[in-house]
Design a protein around this ligand. Structure first.
Ligand code: ATP
Ligand code: MG
Length: 346
């Protein structure tokens, strides 16, 4: 029997509630599909930071390296720990150390969930470059505080970085509707964005079974609202992907439905699966957080581990739940009720 070592980091706030729900689903589906899970829970969180002065121990990364995958809830408690500390003390080091360069976010409007748009067909897969681009941190400020002050933020695209994320996108498109939209702003930014477009064209020739569209970010944002049925896989840089996936989450009905995976496609180290939402202090501990985003993220983990049938079953159970009206709008059901419904159809 296959067995997967799973590092579980519930984190803060509703991260704890939704991870608990996701683990229940994983345990059920593991016994049904005949594989084993060995979860180990790590209490790394803002509370841990208060106790120890760090978000995780010094050898945290080395500890995680031995696992097949990481399941994360949410990390952050801005009232007592600045986001810069929680983010830079846990999430970002993990993404970086394990070279999780592809951030995948499926945006799909589930049955009966009411998104803000009239359109019913909304099913896209956003792939965000997770390591470089506009967030590479290159730049600086000169003449600080003076009237001639200048601040520069440099976008860095490497051939390796751009090629691998686009290749990943093409591979995903082959598994879906064989359409890829590459998003830049090459009419206004003439170096990095034009380079990204060039690499897209080179690869398009190689993946000639995939139809490619190249769009500018502004037009893309409009298209996601006006004609999302024309989109399938969307590949974008770090900044553009960040913005588009918040839009995607809103269109699919809100953060309670937005799943994500931080993938290291070459599998040399573990990938990490987490809902897009944060710790949501306003609803923490009240049993009202929607666990669907976390459960969907767990399904993405199963798929990545090679348990495709189990992943499909979890997604089908989620869809079944919303089809029956469970969890379709904020406050309609408790976390436990939504989880129980999903477990019941698994
Ligand atoms: P972060 O800084 O990590 O983004 P945040 O608290 O600023 O965290 P989120 O936690 O992402 O923001 O969520 C914003 C709001 O959306 C929450 O305050 C909550 O009201 C709502 N929300 C987020 N996730 C869920 C969920 N799973 N179920 C229901 N409501 C949610
Ligand atoms: Mg926030």
């Amino acid at each position: 029997m296959k067995n997967y070592a799973l590092a579980v980091i519930p984190g803060d706030g509703i991260g704890v509630d939704v991870t608990d729900a996701a683990m229940k689903v994983l345990n059920t589906v593991a016994s049904r599909f005949g594989f084993g899970l060995s979860p180990q829970t790590f209490p790394w969180s803002c509370e841990y930071y208060h106790e120890t002065g760090a978000m995780m121990p010094e050898d945290g990364i080395e500890t995680l390296r031995g696992f097949d995958a990481i399941l994360l809830g949410a990390v952050g408690w801005p009232k007592t720990v600045p986001d810069s500390v929680s983010l830079h003390g846990l999430l970002l080091p993990i993404r970086k150390a394990f070279n999780q360069y592809a951030n995948i976010r499926p945006h799909r409007l589930l049955d009966r969930v009411e998104g803000p748009l009239k359109a019913s067909a909304f099913d896209i897969l956003c792939i965000r470059e997770n390591t470089e681009g506009e967030y590479s941190g290159a730049g600086g400020r000169v003449h600080q505080g003076k009237s001639n002050e200048v601040a520069i933020e440099t976008t860095i695209f490497t051939r390796e970085g751009v090629e691998r994320i686009l290749r990943f996108g093409f591979e995903q498109a082959r598994k879906r509707r064989k359409h890829l939209t590459s998003v830049t702003k090459s009419n206004a930014q003439k170096h990095a964005m034009v380079f990204w477009d060039d690499v897209t064209r080179e690869l398009a020739a190689e993946y000639d079974d995939v139809t490619v569209s190249q769009m500018h970010i502004d037009a893309m944002a409009a298209k996601m609202v006006m004609a999302p049925e024309q989109l399938d896989v969307v590949v974008a840089s770090n900044l553009f992907g960040d913005i588009l996936t918040d839009l995607g989450a809103a269109i699919q009905g809100g953060l309670g439905f937005a799943a994500s995976a931080n993938i290291n496609p070459d599998r040399s180290s573990p990938s990490m699966f987490e809902p897009v939402h944060g710790s949501a202090p306003d609803i923490a501990g009240q049993n009202i957080a929607n666990p669907i985003a976390a459960i969907w993220s767990a399904a993405m983990m199963l798929d990545h581990l090679g348990e495709a049938e189990a992943a499909k079953a979890v997604l089908a159970a989620i869809e079944d739940a919303t089809r029956q009206g469970v969890g379709i709008r904020p406050g309609s059901h408790t976390t436990d009720e939504i989880t129980a419904k999903i477990l019941g159809v698994l």
